[in-house]
Design a binder for this molecule. Structure first.
Ligand SMILES: C[S@@+](CC[C@H](N)C(=O)[O-])C[C@H]1O[C@@H](n2cnc3c(N)ncnc32)[C@H](O)[C@@H]1O
Length: 246
């Protein structure tokens, strides 16, 4: 998979993409990430990419030309919107990023992420260039760069081969539930003990315990997820029973 990031601050990606899982995925050619400075597509001598808003108001707005031309430089001219090659504008006004969107995007051959900055981006970018607008949460960042890093991380771990697929399938949200609690050695630390069942070696019982814990944890911490989760009839019944004990 190839991910192109359009930004005015390429240096912000150096650390996050040169360590841990993303670094290994790049080294193994499982993902290819290109960070492009769209200032290079500005027309004038001073490489101006922003201007004051029409109608007045605070801050500067990113101009359409450098961003349109950067996308055309990557995807070809004339540019035709193609949802198979999503061009995503990072924006606090977009739909909220989640595991489902990460999974869908991990199946794409190519993605372009546009990072806004300052007061925002000219509306024509959202209307006529982007195929999608995505927010990473209901708060305002100074720029789209941290959002792009979050998205690339979540997408990359779902690309086949990047991490152990079993580990990804147990992760929180993969089935619409939070993950069960995890423990490692020592079995007792400062008197805090690991649940006996995990030391029993009985894999069937451990599996059962984990399923129940995932349901319980989701019910307590994120009951909103349960309505949409893909649960079996037995799991739904278990949730109803758990509700009575809480
Ligand atoms: C300061 S923000 C602009 C906010 C804009 N004035 C508004 O109220 O919608 C600058 C840029 O940061 C990025 N950004 C800010 N918050 C974001 C979020 N929650 N998710 C994704 N991108 C975000 C966007 O690219 C945005 O264009």
């Amino acid at each position: 998979m190839r991910i192109d990031i359009l930004t005015l601050f390429p240096e912000m990606f150096e650390g996050p993409f040169s360590s841990s899982i993303i670094k290994r995925a790049i080294e193994r050619s499982l993902i290819h990430i290109y960070v492009n400075n769209f200032r290079n597509y500005a027309y004038d001598r001073h490489k101006v990419v922003d201007d004051t808003p029409y109608g007045g108001g605070a801050g500067m707005v990113l101009k359409p030309e450098p961003i349109f031309e950067a996308v055309e430089g990557l995807l070809g001219k004339p540019y035709v919107k193609n949802t198979q090659k999503p061009v995503i504008l990072l924006s606090p006004q977009g739909r909220i990023f989640d595991q489902k969107i990460a999974r869908e995007l991990s199946a794409c051959e190519r993605i372009v992420l546009i990072c806004g900055h300052y007061e925002g981006t000219d509306e024509r970018i959202s209307q006529h260039l982007a195929t999608d607008e995505i927010s990473i949460g209901d708060y305002v960042l100074s720029g789209g760069e941290p959002a792009a890093i979050v998205m690339v991380d979540a997408i990359a771990r779902l690309v086949p081969g990047v991490i152990d697929s079993l580990s990804a399938s147990d992760d929180s949200f993969s089935r619409g539930l939070l993950e069960y609690p995890q423990y490692t050695r020592p079995a007792s630390y400062r008197g805090y003990k690991v649940p006996e069942i995990l030391l029993s070696g009985n894999h069937g019982e451990i599996e059962k315990w984990r399923k129940e814990q995932a349901l319980k944890r989701t019910l307590i911490r994120r009951p909103d997820l349960l309505d949409k989760a893909s649960l079996t009839k037995t799991e739904r019944e278990a949730v109803e029973k758990l509700k009575e004990t809480l």
